[in-house]
Write a protein that binds this ligand. Structure first.
Ligand code: F6R
Length: 242
């Protein structure tokens, strides 16, 4: 694992963006695995900036998002499809038809999960997977549990995740209780994983993930088993590391 610590938000975001830009410059058809949430926002803003300057094109690239809320209309401002359009896709030259976000409104969610894994199988493997981490150690929406699921599946979000995500909604009651998420097996198939973490409230999860035992009670700890992980941390997130 390559762990990089940053004192400046600017350098954090630029370094994350540079990893994606270098990949696309050497492989314009790269397959990107993308995350939502506050962690990647700065990186996406840098990508938009670099695209506007003509440094990078996404025209031949494709993308697969980690997750989507169940039952939230796709055009709701807090749907993960809306998030991706607003923060990245609407401002770059990616072909929207080649951007994939699980459909949390599918009539048959089980079939949607299988279909998403098939899409990933056909279009993958993901060359670079962006991840954030929950304060409980979740990646994607793979919540801590006695066992973890390999493929894409429907998950009941834990109270702490509902609490954390309430900041994006008018009230906690408005946060969808379930999500469709890529499974741990799907995430670990990526050729490279870039974990982005900012803030002291993530320090314990970061310590457990990077220095603790590999356990399903901290899903991010399974990243220790992956051969190519880069971790970008700000000072707060790195606070408890040895
Ligand atoms: C989002 C996702 C989640 C977030 C995590 C951290 O697509 O899969 O695992 O990465 O909850 O969220 P933020 O970055 O908002 O702290």
């Amino acid at each position: 694992m390559n762990i990089l610590k940053f004192t400046s938000d600017e350098d954090f975001a630029q370094t994350g963006a540079n990893l994606i830009v270098s990949l696309l410059q050497s492989n314009p058809k790269a397959v990107l695995g993308l995350a939502t949430g506050s962690s990647p926002v700065g990186v996406y803003a840098k990508l938009v900036e670099m695209h506007a300057k003509g440094i990078v094109s996404f025209a031949k690239a494709s993308s697969y998002n980690l997750d989507e809320y169940v039952g939230l209309p796709v055009d709701h401002p807090q749907s993960y499809r809306s998030f991706m359009n607003e923060h990245l896709f609407n401002h770059i030259d990616i072909d929207l038809a080649k951007t994939h976000v699980p459909n949390g409104n599918a009539a048959d969610l089980e079939a949607e999960c299988l279909a998403y894994d098939k899409l990933l199988e056909e279009g993958g493997p993901v060359d670079l997977q962006i991840l954030g981490i929950g304060s409980n150690g979740h990646i994607g929406f793979n919540e801590p549990d006695a066992s973890l699921t390999s493929g894409t599946h429907v998950v009941d979000l834990l109270p702490e995740t509902l609490e954390a995500n309430a900041r994006f909604f008018d009230s906690r009651e408005d946060v969808p209780r379930q999500a469709v998420t890529m499974g741990i097996g799907g995430i670990l198939k990526a050729r490279q994983i870039v974990l982005l973490v900012r803030g002291e409230e993530k320090a314990e999860a970061v310590k457990n993930a990077l220095e603790g035992p590999i356990t399903t009670q901290c899903p991010a700890s399974l990243l220790q088993s992956h051969p190519n992980v880069v971790v970008l941390l700000d000072e707060g997130a790195a606070k408890w590391l040895k």
